[in-house]
Design a protein around this ligand. Sequence first.
Ligand code: AP5
Length: 191
Amino acid sequence: MGKKVVVTGVPGVGKTTVVTGALEQLMDEGITYTSINFGTFMYEVAVREKIVENRDEMRKLDRTIQKRLQKEAAAGIAAASGTMNVIIDTHSSVKTPAGYLAGLPEWVLRELMPDVIVLVETDEDQILQRRLGDESRVRDMEGARSIAEHQQFNRSLAAAYAMLTGCTVKIVRNEDFLLDRAVREMADILR
Ligand code: AP5
């Protein structure tokens, strides 16, 4: 049976950057993972249904639609992952206009059953700067305090996910100028 690693972090914290670096390191050692982006699975359905024009619009959709897309993504990912080592790039919670939406509610967890949930974190002011610098996305512009609250809420939810599944929770700090350290820590989790 392969290892299932769920990687989470608020938008712009750099989770994709850290995962990509770790996978490059592991390839040299012959360790392979299939990397699956949960949002992409949701987005492909949403585009087919013509309900969004970019992936950042998904978190603004009605809660019931987001939950339906979430369910479809979880089932699709479970079917696609089989017995391979898999990384699922997703969110502990999604900040919607109606409040925080759990990224891994019970029906999603039951499909994914991760071995470990990773929270990629850094200081809120660094996240703010990274969002400002990323012109490829329609990032939410929020204050540092609001980002701190989101990171705190993500930890609380991760504890609940651990209670439900028996998985472990690992925090990886992805600080400015210290990407190499975050990549090393992520690679250790994946080994
Ligand atoms: P998703 O695609 O996961 O969007 P995201 O959170 O914005 O993820 P990114 O991969 O763009 O951000 P990242 O933090 O990994 O940053 P990056 O590596 O690019 O999800 C899209 C949508 O799908 C969600 O909004 C939601 O609607 C939906 N969704 C997903 N999962 C869901 C779920 N479970 N339930 C419901 N909805 C769900 O890096 C950002 C920038 O930082 C880059 O410019 C990078 O160069 C820079 N950077 C990174 N590391 C460092 C460093 N150490 N120092 C300096 N700069 C750095």
